[in-house]
Design a protein around this ligand. Structure first.
Ligand code: ADP
Length: 482
Protein backbone atom coordinates (compact mmCIF):
# COMPACT_ATOMS: atom_id res chain seq x y z
CA UNK A 1 0.00 0.00 0.00
CA UNK A 2 1.25 3.44 -0.73
CA UNK A 3 1.23 6.08 1.90
CA UNK A 4 -1.65 8.29 0.86
CA UNK A 5 -0.01 11.27 2.44
CA UNK A 6 2.98 13.19 1.25
CA UNK A 7 6.14 11.41 2.34
CA UNK A 8 7.43 12.45 5.75
CA UNK A 9 11.11 13.06 6.20
CA UNK A 10 11.67 10.22 8.66
CA UNK A 11 12.69 6.58 8.26
CA UNK A 12 11.01 4.28 5.71
CA UNK A 13 7.88 2.72 7.20
CA UNK A 14 6.10 -0.54 6.50
CA UNK A 15 2.44 0.11 5.78
CA UNK A 16 0.41 -2.98 6.53
CA UNK A 17 0.05 -5.85 8.98
CA UNK A 18 2.58 -8.66 9.32
CA UNK A 19 1.13 -12.10 8.77
CA UNK A 20 2.85 -15.38 7.97
CA UNK A 21 6.22 -13.72 7.51
CA UNK A 22 5.13 -10.95 5.12
CA UNK A 23 3.69 -7.50 5.00
CA UNK A 24 0.09 -7.75 3.94
CA UNK A 25 -2.59 -5.26 3.22
CA UNK A 26 -6.29 -5.46 2.98
CA UNK A 27 -8.94 -3.42 1.32
CA UNK A 28 -11.20 -1.54 3.67
CA UNK A 29 -10.75 0.89 6.50
CA UNK A 30 -7.36 2.12 7.64
CA UNK A 31 -5.99 3.69 10.80
CA UNK A 32 -3.92 6.83 10.29
CA UNK A 33 -0.83 7.26 12.43
CA UNK A 34 0.41 10.72 13.42
CA UNK A 35 3.76 12.14 14.39
CA UNK A 36 3.02 13.20 17.99
CA UNK A 37 5.34 16.21 17.76
CA UNK A 38 3.65 18.09 14.92
CA UNK A 39 0.55 15.88 14.55
CA UNK A 40 1.18 15.38 10.84
CA UNK A 41 0.07 12.03 9.41
CA UNK A 42 2.92 9.61 8.76
CA UNK A 43 1.06 6.69 7.26
CA UNK A 44 -1.72 4.17 7.59
CA UNK A 45 -2.19 0.56 8.59
CA UNK A 46 -5.19 -1.62 7.78
CA UNK A 47 -8.02 -2.40 10.15
CA UNK A 48 -8.03 -6.12 9.61
CA UNK A 49 -11.42 -7.78 9.30
CA UNK A 50 -12.43 -10.74 11.48
CA UNK A 51 -11.53 -13.25 8.82
CA UNK A 52 -7.94 -11.99 8.55
CA UNK A 53 -7.50 -11.83 12.31
CA UNK A 54 -8.72 -15.42 12.64
CA UNK A 55 -6.47 -16.44 9.78
CA UNK A 56 -3.48 -14.87 11.57
CA UNK A 57 -4.35 -16.81 14.73
CA UNK A 58 -4.71 -20.09 12.78
CA UNK A 59 -1.36 -19.63 11.09
CA UNK A 60 0.29 -18.82 14.40
CA UNK A 61 -1.15 -22.07 15.71
CA UNK A 62 0.08 -23.99 12.69
CA UNK A 63 3.54 -22.56 13.29
CA UNK A 64 3.33 -23.56 16.95
CA UNK A 65 2.53 -27.20 16.17
CA UNK A 66 5.91 -27.44 14.42
CA UNK A 67 7.94 -24.99 16.47
CA UNK A 68 7.14 -26.63 19.78
CA UNK A 69 9.22 -29.59 18.58
CA UNK A 70 12.33 -27.42 18.20
CA UNK A 71 15.03 -27.49 20.85
CA UNK A 72 15.64 -24.68 23.30
CA UNK A 73 19.17 -24.58 21.92
CA UNK A 74 18.02 -23.83 18.37
CA UNK A 75 15.59 -21.18 19.56
CA UNK A 76 18.38 -19.60 21.62
CA UNK A 77 20.52 -19.28 18.49
CA UNK A 78 17.65 -17.61 16.70
CA UNK A 79 16.95 -15.20 19.57
CA UNK A 80 20.60 -14.17 19.61
CA UNK A 81 20.53 -13.63 15.84
CA UNK A 82 17.48 -11.38 16.21
CA UNK A 83 19.17 -9.46 19.04
CA UNK A 84 22.22 -8.90 16.86
CA UNK A 85 20.03 -7.75 13.96
CA UNK A 86 18.21 -5.27 16.21
CA UNK A 87 21.53 -3.78 17.23
CA UNK A 88 22.57 -3.51 13.58
CA UNK A 89 19.30 -1.76 12.77
CA UNK A 90 19.43 0.55 15.78
CA UNK A 91 19.24 3.70 13.64
CA UNK A 92 16.19 2.62 11.72
CA UNK A 93 14.37 1.31 14.78
CA UNK A 94 15.20 4.30 16.96
CA UNK A 95 14.06 6.73 14.28
CA UNK A 96 10.83 4.83 13.84
CA UNK A 97 10.21 4.94 17.60
CA UNK A 98 10.87 8.69 17.76
CA UNK A 99 8.75 9.38 14.70
CA UNK A 100 5.62 7.65 15.98
CA UNK A 101 6.06 7.89 19.76
CA UNK A 102 7.96 11.15 20.15
CA UNK A 103 10.67 10.31 22.71
CA UNK A 104 14.13 11.83 22.23
CA UNK A 105 16.28 9.81 19.86
CA UNK A 106 18.78 9.03 22.60
CA UNK A 107 16.00 7.39 24.63
CA UNK A 108 14.80 5.55 21.54
CA UNK A 109 18.31 4.17 21.02
CA UNK A 110 18.39 3.05 24.63
CA UNK A 111 15.08 1.29 24.06
CA UNK A 112 16.54 -0.64 21.13
CA UNK A 113 19.49 -1.76 23.27
CA UNK A 114 17.13 -2.69 26.11
CA UNK A 115 14.94 -4.68 23.69
CA UNK A 116 17.89 -6.59 22.26
CA UNK A 117 18.96 -7.41 25.82
CA UNK A 118 15.64 -9.24 26.38
CA UNK A 119 16.30 -11.43 23.36
CA UNK A 120 19.77 -12.29 24.63
CA UNK A 121 18.51 -12.90 28.14
CA UNK A 122 15.73 -15.24 27.06
CA UNK A 123 18.12 -17.02 24.66
CA UNK A 124 19.96 -18.04 27.82
CA UNK A 125 16.72 -19.12 29.44
CA UNK A 126 15.77 -21.20 26.37
CA UNK A 127 19.04 -23.08 26.67
CA UNK A 128 18.35 -23.87 30.31
CA UNK A 129 14.80 -25.23 29.97
CA UNK A 130 14.77 -28.32 32.13
CA UNK A 131 12.35 -30.40 34.13
CA UNK A 132 12.74 -32.22 37.42
CA UNK A 133 12.64 -35.81 38.56
CA UNK A 134 11.88 -36.48 42.21
CA UNK A 135 11.63 -39.75 44.07
CA UNK A 136 8.04 -40.70 44.81
CA UNK A 137 6.91 -41.81 48.26
CA UNK A 138 6.96 -45.53 47.37
CA UNK A 139 7.61 -47.92 44.52
CA UNK A 140 4.75 -46.56 42.39
CA UNK A 141 7.25 -44.45 40.55
CA UNK A 142 9.10 -41.19 40.34
CA UNK A 143 7.60 -37.74 39.94
CA UNK A 144 8.58 -36.16 36.65
CA UNK A 145 7.93 -32.50 36.02
CA UNK A 146 8.09 -31.04 32.53
CA UNK A 147 7.72 -27.47 31.37
CA UNK A 148 6.02 -27.18 28.02
CA UNK A 149 5.06 -24.18 25.86
CA UNK A 150 1.45 -23.08 26.44
CA UNK A 151 0.68 -22.50 22.74
CA UNK A 152 -0.28 -19.36 20.86
CA UNK A 153 0.28 -16.25 22.99
CA UNK A 154 -1.75 -13.07 22.44
CA UNK A 155 0.26 -9.94 23.20
CA UNK A 156 -1.47 -6.59 23.56
CA UNK A 157 1.03 -3.80 23.95
CA UNK A 158 1.13 -0.07 24.70
CA UNK A 159 2.67 2.89 22.89
CA UNK A 160 5.12 4.17 25.53
CA UNK A 161 7.82 1.60 24.67
CA UNK A 162 6.74 0.49 21.20
CA UNK A 163 9.62 -1.98 20.82
CA UNK A 164 10.58 -3.07 24.33
CA UNK A 165 7.04 -3.95 25.41
CA UNK A 166 6.88 -6.38 22.49
CA UNK A 167 10.36 -7.87 22.79
CA UNK A 168 10.15 -8.59 26.49
CA UNK A 169 6.99 -10.57 25.90
CA UNK A 170 7.84 -12.15 22.55
CA UNK A 171 11.37 -13.17 23.55
CA UNK A 172 10.03 -15.00 26.61
CA UNK A 173 7.28 -16.63 24.55
CA UNK A 174 9.68 -17.76 21.81
CA UNK A 175 12.20 -19.04 24.34
CA UNK A 176 9.47 -21.29 25.74
CA UNK A 177 8.50 -22.41 22.21
CA UNK A 178 5.28 -20.40 21.78
CA UNK A 179 4.18 -18.48 18.73
CA UNK A 180 2.85 -14.98 19.10
CA UNK A 181 0.01 -12.85 17.81
CA UNK A 182 0.67 -9.24 18.73
CA UNK A 183 -1.68 -6.31 18.63
CA UNK A 184 0.44 -3.20 19.02
CA UNK A 185 -0.95 0.10 20.22
CA UNK A 186 -2.78 1.99 17.47
CA UNK A 187 -0.39 4.95 17.97
CA UNK A 188 2.78 2.93 17.28
CA UNK A 189 2.38 0.06 14.81
CA UNK A 190 5.39 0.91 12.65
CA UNK A 191 8.02 -0.08 15.21
CA UNK A 192 6.23 -3.41 15.66
CA UNK A 193 6.12 -3.99 11.91
CA UNK A 194 9.80 -3.16 11.53
CA UNK A 195 10.65 -5.52 14.38
CA UNK A 196 8.68 -8.29 12.66
CA UNK A 197 10.52 -7.69 9.40
CA UNK A 198 13.92 -7.79 11.12
CA UNK A 199 13.05 -10.92 13.11
CA UNK A 200 11.77 -12.66 9.96
CA UNK A 201 14.91 -11.76 8.02
CA UNK A 202 16.91 -13.24 10.91
CA UNK A 203 15.21 -16.61 10.48
CA UNK A 204 12.07 -16.44 12.62
CA UNK A 205 9.60 -18.99 11.22
CA UNK A 206 6.59 -17.55 9.40
CA UNK A 207 3.69 -17.39 11.82
CA UNK A 208 5.81 -17.11 14.97
CA UNK A 209 5.09 -13.37 15.07
CA UNK A 210 1.90 -12.00 13.60
CA UNK A 211 1.37 -8.25 13.93
CA UNK A 212 -2.32 -7.50 13.62
CA UNK A 213 -3.66 -3.99 13.38
CA UNK A 214 -7.16 -2.61 13.70
CA UNK A 215 -9.97 -2.10 16.14
CA UNK A 216 -8.67 -2.96 19.63
CA UNK A 217 -11.85 -4.22 21.35
CA UNK A 218 -12.81 -6.35 18.34
CA UNK A 219 -9.32 -7.85 18.03
CA UNK A 220 -9.20 -8.40 21.80
CA UNK A 221 -12.50 -10.31 21.61
CA UNK A 222 -11.34 -12.42 18.67
CA UNK A 223 -8.06 -13.29 20.36
CA UNK A 224 -9.60 -14.19 23.70
CA UNK A 225 -12.48 -16.17 22.26
CA UNK A 226 -10.29 -18.24 19.93
CA UNK A 227 -9.81 -21.83 21.06
CA UNK A 228 -6.30 -21.64 19.60
CA UNK A 229 -5.05 -18.89 21.94
CA UNK A 230 -3.73 -20.13 25.29
CA UNK A 231 -2.02 -17.11 26.77
CA UNK A 232 -2.59 -13.38 27.21
CA UNK A 233 0.16 -10.91 28.01
CA UNK A 234 -1.02 -7.33 28.29
CA UNK A 235 0.67 -4.06 29.24
CA UNK A 236 -1.58 -1.05 29.57
CA UNK A 237 -4.17 0.62 31.74
CA UNK A 238 -5.67 -1.10 34.77
CA UNK A 239 -9.19 -0.59 33.41
CA UNK A 240 -8.46 -2.46 30.15
CA UNK A 241 -6.41 -5.06 32.04
CA UNK A 242 -9.43 -5.92 34.19
CA UNK A 243 -11.67 -6.10 31.16
CA UNK A 244 -9.28 -8.43 29.32
CA UNK A 245 -8.77 -10.62 32.38
CA UNK A 246 -12.53 -11.09 32.68
CA UNK A 247 -12.68 -12.11 29.03
CA UNK A 248 -9.66 -14.42 29.37
CA UNK A 249 -11.37 -16.08 32.35
CA UNK A 250 -14.13 -17.36 30.07
CA UNK A 251 -11.61 -19.68 28.45
CA UNK A 252 -9.15 -19.98 31.36
CA UNK A 253 -6.49 -18.22 29.31
CA UNK A 254 -3.56 -17.49 31.58
CA UNK A 255 -2.99 -13.75 31.94
CA UNK A 256 0.19 -11.79 32.55
CA UNK A 257 -0.84 -8.22 33.24
CA UNK A 258 1.42 -5.20 33.65
CA UNK A 259 -0.91 -2.38 34.62
CA UNK A 260 -0.86 1.12 35.98
CA UNK A 261 1.17 2.35 38.93
CA UNK A 262 1.08 5.24 41.38
CA UNK A 263 4.74 5.25 42.37
CA UNK A 264 5.67 6.90 45.66
CA UNK A 265 9.17 8.38 45.93
CA UNK A 266 10.04 8.89 49.60
CA UNK A 267 12.81 11.28 50.60
CA UNK A 268 13.73 10.96 54.27
CA UNK A 269 15.55 13.66 56.25
CA UNK A 270 18.78 11.63 56.18
CA UNK A 271 18.82 11.15 52.39
CA UNK A 272 21.46 12.36 49.98
CA UNK A 273 19.27 15.13 48.62
CA UNK A 274 21.28 15.84 45.49
CA UNK A 275 21.13 12.21 44.46
CA UNK A 276 17.44 11.95 45.36
CA UNK A 277 16.61 15.00 43.24
CA UNK A 278 18.71 13.80 40.30
CA UNK A 279 17.25 10.30 40.37
CA UNK A 280 13.75 11.54 41.13
CA UNK A 281 13.82 13.91 38.17
CA UNK A 282 15.11 11.16 35.88
CA UNK A 283 12.39 8.78 37.06
CA UNK A 284 9.80 11.52 36.60
CA UNK A 285 10.76 13.10 33.28
CA UNK A 286 12.13 10.17 31.26
CA UNK A 287 9.82 9.56 28.31
CA UNK A 288 8.03 12.79 29.38
CA UNK A 289 6.70 10.94 32.42
CA UNK A 290 4.83 8.44 30.26
CA UNK A 291 5.83 5.20 31.94
CA UNK A 292 4.07 3.05 34.51
CA UNK A 293 7.10 3.34 36.82
CA UNK A 294 7.34 7.14 36.60
CA UNK A 295 7.21 8.85 39.98
CA UNK A 296 3.62 9.85 40.74
CA UNK A 297 3.92 11.10 44.32
CA UNK A 298 7.03 12.65 45.86
CA UNK A 299 6.78 12.28 49.66
CA UNK A 300 9.35 14.63 51.18
CA UNK A 301 10.18 14.93 54.88
CA UNK A 302 8.88 18.25 56.19
CA UNK A 303 12.35 19.47 57.19
CA UNK A 304 13.61 19.22 53.59
CA UNK A 305 10.76 20.37 51.39
CA UNK A 306 12.39 23.62 50.37
CA UNK A 307 15.79 22.20 49.32
CA UNK A 308 14.19 19.26 47.53
CA UNK A 309 11.88 21.54 45.54
CA UNK A 310 14.86 23.74 44.70
CA UNK A 311 16.97 20.80 43.56
CA UNK A 312 14.11 19.28 41.57
CA UNK A 313 13.46 22.66 39.97
CA UNK A 314 17.10 22.86 38.92
CA UNK A 315 16.73 19.47 37.25
CA UNK A 316 13.49 20.55 35.55
CA UNK A 317 15.17 23.76 34.39
CA UNK A 318 17.81 21.74 32.57
CA UNK A 319 15.25 19.90 30.45
CA UNK A 320 15.07 20.84 26.80
CA UNK A 321 11.51 20.28 25.52
CA UNK A 322 11.26 19.78 21.78
CA UNK A 323 11.21 17.49 18.77
CA UNK A 324 12.70 14.09 19.62
CA UNK A 325 14.80 14.25 16.46
CA UNK A 326 16.59 17.36 17.69
CA UNK A 327 19.76 16.14 19.48
CA UNK A 328 19.30 18.89 22.12
CA UNK A 329 15.86 17.60 23.13
CA UNK A 330 15.51 15.83 26.47
CA UNK A 331 11.72 16.13 26.86
CA UNK A 332 9.67 15.05 23.88
CA UNK A 333 5.98 15.58 23.13
CA UNK A 334 3.13 13.77 24.85
CA UNK A 335 2.24 10.87 22.60
CA UNK A 336 -1.52 11.09 22.86
CA UNK A 337 -3.09 14.38 21.74
CA UNK A 338 -5.58 14.58 24.63
CA UNK A 339 -3.00 14.01 27.39
CA UNK A 340 -1.98 17.66 27.77
CA UNK A 341 -5.58 18.62 28.39
CA UNK A 342 -6.08 15.80 30.94
CA UNK A 343 -2.93 16.90 32.79
CA UNK A 344 -3.94 20.57 32.76
CA UNK A 345 -7.28 19.60 34.28
CA UNK A 346 -5.54 17.61 37.02
CA UNK A 347 -3.19 20.52 37.75
CA UNK A 348 -6.09 23.00 37.81
CA UNK A 349 -8.05 20.73 40.12
CA UNK A 350 -5.09 20.59 42.52
CA UNK A 351 -4.54 24.37 42.35
CA UNK A 352 -8.17 25.06 43.10
CA UNK A 353 -7.94 22.71 46.11
CA UNK A 354 -4.99 24.59 47.63
CA UNK A 355 -1.89 23.37 45.79
CA UNK A 356 0.88 25.81 44.81
CA UNK A 357 2.70 25.87 41.51
CA UNK A 358 6.37 26.09 42.51
CA UNK A 359 7.89 25.61 39.08
CA UNK A 360 6.60 26.02 35.54
CA UNK A 361 3.25 27.14 34.32
CA UNK A 362 0.24 25.73 32.53
CA UNK A 363 0.54 25.80 28.75
CA UNK A 364 -1.90 25.61 25.87
CA UNK A 365 -3.34 22.06 25.84
CA UNK A 366 -3.38 22.15 22.06
CA UNK A 367 0.42 22.02 22.11
CA UNK A 368 2.01 18.60 21.91
CA UNK A 369 4.74 19.50 24.37
CA UNK A 370 4.06 20.05 28.03
CA UNK A 371 6.95 21.72 29.87
CA UNK A 372 7.62 20.43 33.41
CA UNK A 373 5.52 21.58 36.35
CA UNK A 374 6.25 21.15 40.07
CA UNK A 375 3.34 21.41 42.50
CA UNK A 376 3.66 21.71 46.27
CA UNK A 377 1.05 21.66 49.06
CA UNK A 378 -0.45 18.54 47.52
CA UNK A 379 -2.70 16.43 49.74
CA UNK A 380 -3.63 12.76 49.67
CA UNK A 381 -7.23 13.47 48.73
CA UNK A 382 -6.57 15.44 45.53
CA UNK A 383 -7.31 13.76 42.22
CA UNK A 384 -3.73 14.31 41.11
CA UNK A 385 -2.54 12.05 43.93
CA UNK A 386 -4.92 9.25 43.07
CA UNK A 387 -4.58 9.14 39.31
CA UNK A 388 -1.64 7.95 37.26
CA UNK A 389 -0.26 11.15 35.72
CA UNK A 390 1.61 9.95 32.63
CA UNK A 391 3.15 13.38 32.14
CA UNK A 392 5.90 15.74 33.37
CA UNK A 393 4.09 16.96 36.50
CA UNK A 394 5.70 16.55 39.94
CA UNK A 395 3.41 16.42 42.97
CA UNK A 396 5.13 17.09 46.30
CA UNK A 397 3.51 15.80 49.48
CA UNK A 398 4.94 16.42 52.95
CA UNK A 399 5.37 13.84 55.74
CA UNK A 400 6.64 13.80 59.32
CA UNK A 401 6.74 10.24 60.61
CA UNK A 402 8.05 6.90 59.34
CA UNK A 403 4.84 4.93 59.93
CA UNK A 404 2.76 7.73 58.50
CA UNK A 405 4.58 7.89 55.16
CA UNK A 406 4.46 4.15 54.59
CA UNK A 407 0.74 4.07 55.34
CA UNK A 408 0.12 6.97 52.96
CA UNK A 409 2.35 5.52 50.24
CA UNK A 410 0.42 2.25 50.48
CA UNK A 411 -2.96 3.99 50.34
CA UNK A 412 -3.44 3.27 46.65
CA UNK A 413 -5.00 0.34 44.81
CA UNK A 414 -1.82 0.26 42.69
CA UNK A 415 1.32 -1.54 43.83
CA UNK A 416 3.82 -1.50 41.00
CA UNK A 417 6.90 0.28 42.27
CA UNK A 418 8.12 2.47 45.13
CA UNK A 419 11.35 4.42 45.61
CA UNK A 420 13.03 5.05 48.95
CA UNK A 421 15.82 7.56 49.63
CA UNK A 422 17.53 7.42 53.02
CA UNK A 423 21.02 6.78 54.33
CA UNK A 424 19.68 4.59 57.13
CA UNK A 425 20.13 0.87 56.48
CA UNK A 426 17.44 0.20 59.07
CA UNK A 427 14.91 2.40 57.27
CA UNK A 428 15.74 0.82 53.91
CA UNK A 429 15.11 -2.62 55.32
CA UNK A 430 11.97 -1.54 57.13
CA UNK A 431 10.56 0.27 54.09
CA UNK A 432 11.32 -2.64 51.77
CA UNK A 433 9.43 -4.93 54.13
CA UNK A 434 6.42 -2.67 54.51
CA UNK A 435 5.87 -0.94 51.19
CA UNK A 436 3.20 -2.64 49.08
CA UNK A 437 4.84 -2.85 45.65
CA UNK A 438 6.23 -5.49 43.34
CA UNK A 439 9.46 -3.52 42.93
CA UNK A 440 11.31 -1.20 45.29
CA UNK A 441 14.20 1.09 44.42
CA UNK A 442 16.51 1.60 47.40
CA UNK A 443 18.43 4.80 46.72
CA UNK A 444 18.17 4.08 43.02
CA UNK A 445 15.59 4.10 40.24
CA UNK A 446 16.97 1.87 37.47
CA UNK A 447 14.91 -1.25 38.08
CA UNK A 448 13.85 -2.25 34.59
CA UNK A 449 16.49 -4.88 33.96
CA UNK A 450 16.19 -8.04 31.90
CA UNK A 451 17.65 -10.02 34.81
CA UNK A 452 14.96 -8.91 37.27
CA UNK A 453 11.29 -9.86 37.71
CA UNK A 454 9.32 -6.81 36.54
CA UNK A 455 5.75 -6.60 37.76
CA UNK A 456 3.32 -5.35 40.33
CA UNK A 457 1.01 -6.43 43.11
CA UNK A 458 -2.52 -5.33 44.02
CA UNK A 459 -4.21 -3.72 40.99
CA UNK A 460 -0.91 -3.23 39.18
CA UNK A 461 -1.04 -6.68 37.73
CA UNK A 462 -0.31 -10.36 37.76
CA UNK A 463 2.81 -12.21 36.72
CA UNK A 464 6.34 -11.10 35.97
CA UNK A 465 8.41 -10.23 32.92
CA UNK A 466 12.17 -10.61 32.61
CA UNK A 467 14.14 -12.93 34.94
CA UNK A 468 13.54 -16.68 34.53
CA UNK A 469 9.99 -16.08 35.79
CA UNK A 470 9.26 -14.27 32.53
CA UNK A 471 9.57 -17.48 30.51
CA UNK A 472 7.58 -19.49 33.07
CA UNK A 473 4.56 -17.34 32.21
CA UNK A 474 4.54 -19.07 28.80
CA UNK A 475 4.98 -22.64 30.07
CA UNK A 476 2.57 -25.28 31.26
CA UNK A 477 3.64 -27.56 34.07
CA UNK A 478 3.15 -31.23 33.32
CA UNK A 479 3.59 -33.77 36.09
CA UNK A 480 4.00 -37.40 35.07
CA UNK A 481 4.33 -40.34 37.42
CA UNK A 482 5.29 -43.90 36.70
P1 ADP B 1 -3.77 3.83 26.82
O1 ADP B 1 -4.99 4.54 27.28
O2 ADP B 1 -2.54 4.39 27.38
O3 ADP B 1 -3.69 3.70 25.33
P2 ADP B 1 -4.85 1.21 27.04
O4 ADP B 1 -4.88 0.29 28.20
O5 ADP B 1 -6.15 1.75 26.54
O6 ADP B 1 -3.85 2.37 27.42
O7 ADP B 1 -4.13 0.52 25.79
C1 ADP B 1 -3.11 -0.43 25.87
C2 ADP B 1 -3.28 -1.43 24.75
O8 ADP B 1 -4.56 -2.07 24.91
C3 ADP B 1 -3.31 -0.83 23.35
O9 ADP B 1 -2.73 -1.75 22.44
C4 ADP B 1 -4.80 -0.70 23.07
O10 ADP B 1 -5.12 -0.68 21.69
C5 ADP B 1 -5.31 -1.96 23.71
N1 ADP B 1 -6.74 -1.94 24.06
C6 ADP B 1 -7.47 -0.88 24.48
N2 ADP B 1 -8.75 -1.25 24.70
C7 ADP B 1 -8.83 -2.57 24.40
C8 ADP B 1 -9.87 -3.54 24.41
N3 ADP B 1 -11.12 -3.23 24.80
N4 ADP B 1 -9.58 -4.80 24.03
C9 ADP B 1 -8.34 -5.13 23.65
N5 ADP B 1 -7.31 -4.27 23.63
C10 ADP B 1 -7.54 -3.01 23.99
Amino acid sequence: MKNIYSPHSGPPLLYGSWIEGSLINSAGPKTTIYNPFDRTPIGQVPELNDELVNEAISQAHLCFTEWKKSTGHSRAKLLRAIAAALRLEEDLLAQTITLEQGKPLIEARAEVAYSAAYLDWFAGEAERIRGEILDGPDSTGSIQIRFEPVGVAALITPWNFPLAMITRKAAAAWAAGCSVVCKPAPETPFTALRFAAIATASGLPAGALQIITGDAPRIGDLLLSSPLVRKLSFTGSTAIGKLLMAKAAQRMIRPTLELGGNAPFIVWDDADLEQAARDGAAAKFRNSGQTCISVNRFFVHRSFVEPVVKLLSEQAEKLRPGNGFDPETTLGPLTQPNRHNILNNLVNDALSSGATCSFGTLTDPAQSIMPPIILTDITDTMRITKEELFGPVCSILVFDEDEEVITRANASPAGLIAYVYTSSAKRLEWASQNLEAGMIGLNQTRLSLVHAPFGGIKESGIGREGHSMGMREYQNVKYCSG
